[in-house]
Design a protein around this ligand. Structure first.
Ligand SMILES: NC(=O)c1ccc[n+]([C@@H]2O[C@H](COP(=O)([O-])OP(=O)(O)OC[C@H]3O[C@@H](n4cnc5c(N)ncnc54)[C@H](OP(=O)(O)O)[C@@H]3O)[C@@H](O)[C@H]2O)c1
Length: 254
């Protein structure tokens, strides 16, 4: 019997790559997104795989329906990928509370609710995979709102892993660097040009996530070079802050 995976944010660049990878590996998939049309397109692209789709909008809070659909379609849940997310590029002083609450709703409260609901039915082990961000461990100027939502997600999921030690359920936090998707174009906030270097191929990212899932890793920082930035910041925090601040200023003509 094939394993079953729920993927939120399946209609985005990373979600699509993860859907292709997990389908290739023989998973049955419940693909979740807000747009029926985008979901149908992806379903057609994956015509050879066992796929069902479900409209999921973090703001509509229909997590119970998502989990019920997975159980009705496939009878169980082995893996939940919390992939839906939204960014915000804005300085602290200009950031509205409304925008920040929206970012937290999508990046933190939605995975919180969906994971809770899925865990009620994951009786025979499984994995929760959270597509978090390197900004959860590496603060970046003008990305504080986004980083706060992702570090809250990473943190609560670290505790959850420890609470699941007797249930054979792993939690994998993926702290991703820049990936080539439409993420930047869709961010909230007034700044449009993050000076954050090369963007990586989503299919390589999906492969790394799948390998980490197989190895039951707790955290994946990808690509690996971001670990070096973490060390650099620890060694030279003032220089790190200033260089990044100046780069944002330059790119966004502040
Ligand atoms: N790309 C990067 O550089 C990068 C780096 C680190 C982490 N990440 C994380 O990776 C994940 C996927 O991002 P991506 O790069 O694939 O960006 P993307 O192409 O913009 O995809 C974002 C996905 O999230 C969904 N989404 C947005 N708001 C939602 C809401 N209110 N309710 C339900 N779903 C919603 C989108 O659905 P619609 O299609 O309906 O809009 C889409 O499927 C996010 O969690 C992001 O924070 C991305």
């Amino acid at each position: 019997m094939s394993k079953v995976c729920i993927i939120t944010g399946a209609t985005g660049g990373i979600g699509r790559a993860l859907s292709l990878k997990f389908a290739e590996e023989g998973f049955s998939l419940l693909l979740c997104g807000r747009s029926k049309e985008k979901l149908r397109l992806l379903e057609r692209e994956l015509g050879w795989a066992k796929v069902e789709v479900c409209i999921y909008d973090a703001l509509k809070r229909n997590e119970v329906e998502v989990v019920r659909k997975a159980l009705n379609s496939f009878g169980k849940i082995d893996v939940l990928i919390n992939g839906a997310g939204v960014g915000i590029y804005e300085g602290f002083e200009d950031m509205s509370e409304e925008d920040l609450r929206y970012v937290f709703e999508v990046n933190f409260f939605s995975p919180f609710r969906l994971t809770k609901e899925a865990l009620r039915h994951m009786k025979n082990g499984g994995t929760i995979i959270n597509i978090s961000s390197i900004t959860a461990r590496l603060p970046v100027p003008f990305m504080g709102g986004y980083g706060a939502s992702k570090s809250a997600l990473s943190s609560i999921m670290e505790s959850l892993r420890a609470e699941l030690v007797e249930r054979d359920i792993n939690v994998l936090n993926v702290e991703a660097g820049r990936i080539k998707t439409e993420f930047t174009e869709r961010t909230l906030g007034s700044l449009r040009h993050p000076p954050l270097g090369r963007r990586e191929d989503p299919s390589l990212f999906a492969k790394a996530v799948y390998d980490a899932y197989l190895k039951r890793k707790r955290v994946l920082v990808w690509p690996f070079r971001y670990n070096l930035f973490v060390v650099l910041r620890a060694l030279f925090p003032n220089l790190y802050d200033r260089k990044l601040y100046e780069a944002w200023k330059r790119e966004n003509e502040l």
